[in-house]
Write a protein that binds this ligand. Structure first.
Ligand code: DMJ
Length: 581
């Protein structure tokens, strides 16, 4: 243990990332800082001991609490602690780029070193990053981000025009709610997530009050609609909402609001938020489905699904994720009136296995395809990277967040759970292979799988040494990478649940590929145009979810499993942890 800590302190006093190394002008709290100030600020931050020291499990402690770990185990622990430190460095580098060039904008354009408002202008990167900084114990960033929220966010909410209901809920509302809880919002909840740090920055009530103000305006999307299906866009400044231009909402968007609105009702004591959001799921329950699967569009006007396109990728994904997560959020009350969510989830997963899961040839990778023309139309062997949320969700649904070992010992797993867990492991392998098959080691946005009867050419320009080269087809238009989190999210959940170390190793390979190909010297990380060429052409955008999700999940994957335990916390679809009731 002492060896591990000493190692970490050494690591942390090493070179600091280039963006914070005086190459760029630093800005903190809106004020310009000199190069030396920036450098010394980050060096101070760097040499701090870790906030969350490794904790030993009861099995690792002797009777009197003394360590009985052998040196191999200690080395392994310090290796993962050191890797966790690298993820923290990456987060600081990403934040530095954003803070220096784009503070107050939604996103950083890391190549042109400026900001862009692609999400309605609520400083989305700041709010999305806040709880990651808390989890990593980076006080300076918590303080910078929290101070910005306190000084500017209410005004922005008051002034701004059109925002998307779903994106604003999962990123901004979700980020505020999580920051509220992690900064000890609820009396007596101190430290329930694995840390009891008191952060600099505003009091937790600031996050709650801002969340309420935002949600009060977002509610107009529900109240303006003639059905329980909300409109997709909200005008914040005048509390009004409107349909998307084509009159349709995405099924995943209308069904991925409930964790956030439910939790806001709990902490505010006002049931209106949860009530409005839950009406959507109650309504979806009544609609006809295909073996539990749903089309990706829905009309707020008629309340009916539109078209027949069924997929677990874009516009469909988090419908399935929230069925099980909103049910898990109920804690002890899971057998109460929300039991129908578990039933809908179970039926949908049966439908996935029956209608969407196939194996590629020649090597037999298990993947989830699509039914673009419904169950009577042809199967498409196309899988979005977005579908890689599914392994984590399946594993979580099977054990309800406890380890597989504990669930087996308690005889808690049904046949269905075991089958889902197996599928989760197979799909996680496929998602990882979507990375390792390319020459950058990073996944494309979309992959096709080689199946009998489909004669698309194989991968062109990928990693020629991969044994899955002939199984995975990457079309030219799909070769970009947006720094997405889904695969590392699933690796994190699967590592917690199965305790299999391979998931950490896979996560580390992915992290190294991000470091090698997406890091921008002047600060931040960039998306890529083509993951099959080296060096890859870069795309001028750092998505907020790289800080909110990707780096958070990698940090948690390499860390101790008593931080944000999965049977006590449920992560919203943007990786903002909320406590289970
Ligand atoms: C995030 O905003 C969320 O994870 C959402 O559910 C899907 N898309 C992005 C990340 O890829």
């Amino acid at each position: 243990m002492i060896g591990g800590l000493a190692f970490l302190m050494l690591t942390h006093s090493g070179p600091i990332p280039s963006a914070s190394n005086g190459l760029v002008k630093g800005i903190a709290n809106g004020k310009d800082m000199t190069v030396t100030e920036v450098t010394s600020k980050f060096r101070r931050l760097w040499i701090k001991p870790p906030r969350l020291p490794p904790r030993l499990s009861p099995a690792e402690k002797g009777h009197n609490g003394s360590s009985i770990l052998d040196s191999d185990k200690l080395n392994t622990m310090s290796e993962w602690t050191s890797r966790q430190g690298k993820v923290k460095e990456a987060f600081i580098h990403a934040w530095s780029g954003y803070r220096n060039y784009a503070m107050g904008y939604d996103e950083l354009m890391p190549l042109s070193r400026r900001g862009v408002d692609g999400l309605g202008g609520l400083g989305a990167t700041i709010v999305d990053s806040l709880d990651t900084a808390m989890i990593m114990g980076i006080d300076e960033i918590v303080s910078e981000a929290g101070t910005w929220v306190e000084k500017h966010l209410s005004k922005r909410i008051f002034e701004k025009g059109q925002v998307n209901l779903f994106e604003t809920t999962i990123r901004v509302l979700g980020g505020l709610l999580s920051a509220y809880h992690l900064s000890m919002g609820e009396q007596g909840m101190s430290g329930d997530w694995g840390s009891s740090i008191t952060f600099k920055g505003p009091k937790s009530e600031v996050y709650l009050e801002t969340a309420k103000d935002l949600a009060d305006r977002l509610l107009s999307a529900f109240t303006s609609s003639p059905t329980p299906v909300p409109f997709s866009d909200v005008f914040l400044r005048d509390h009004s909402a409107r349909l998307a231009p084509d009159g349709l909402s995405s099924t995943s968007e209308v069904s991925t609001l409930q964790l956030e609105f439910n939790y806001l009702s709990i902490i505010s004591g006002d049931p209106k938020y949860g009530m409005e959001a839950m009406k959507v799921l109650e309504h979806l329950r009544t609609l006809p489905k295909v073996e539990g699967l749903v089309p990706i569009y829905i009309s707020p006007h008629s309340g009916e699904f539109s078209g027949e396109n069924i997929r677990l990728g874009s516009r469909g994904d988090s419908y399935y994720e929230y069925l099980i997560k909103v049910w898990l959020q109920q804690g002890k009350d899971r057998d109460g009136h929300l039991k129908y969510l578990h039933e809908m989830y179970e039926e949908a997963m049966k439908g996935v296995k029956h209608l969407l899961v196939q194996k590629s040839i020649p090597k037999g990778l298990v993947f989830v395809g699509e039914l673009p023309y419904g169950s009577n139309g042809a199967f498409s062997p196309k899988m979005d990277h977005l579908v890689c949320f599914l392994p984590g969700t399946l594993a979580l649904g099977a054990t309800k967040g406890i380890t597989k070992k504990k669930a087996m010992e308690g005889n808690l797993l049904t046949f269905e759970d075991l089958e889902n867990l197996k599928l989760a492991e197979e799909l996680a392998k496929t998602c990882f292979q979507m990375y390792s098959v390319t020459s950058t080691g990073l996944a494309p946005e979309i992959a096709y799988f080689h199946v009998e009867g489909v004669s698309d050419g194989g991968l062109d320009g990928g990693n020629k040494s991969s044994e899955y080269l002939n199984d995975i087809i990457i079309k030219h238009a799909d070769r970009h990478n947006l720094l997405r989190p889904e695969t590392v999210e699933s690796l994190f959940v699967l590592h917690r649940i199965t305790e299999d170390p391979k998931y950490r190793e896979w996560g580390w390979q992915i992290f190294e590929a991000f470091e090698k190909h997406t890091k921008v010297d002047s600060g931040g990380y960039s998306s890529l145009d083509d993951v099959t060429t080296v060096p890859p052409h870069r795309r001028d955008k750092m998505e907020t979810f790289f800080l909110g999700e990707t780096l958070k999940y990698l940090y948690l994957l390499f860390g101790e499993n008593n931080v944000l335990p999965l049977d006590k916390f449920v992560f919203n679809t943007e990786a903002h942890p909320l406590p289970i009731n």
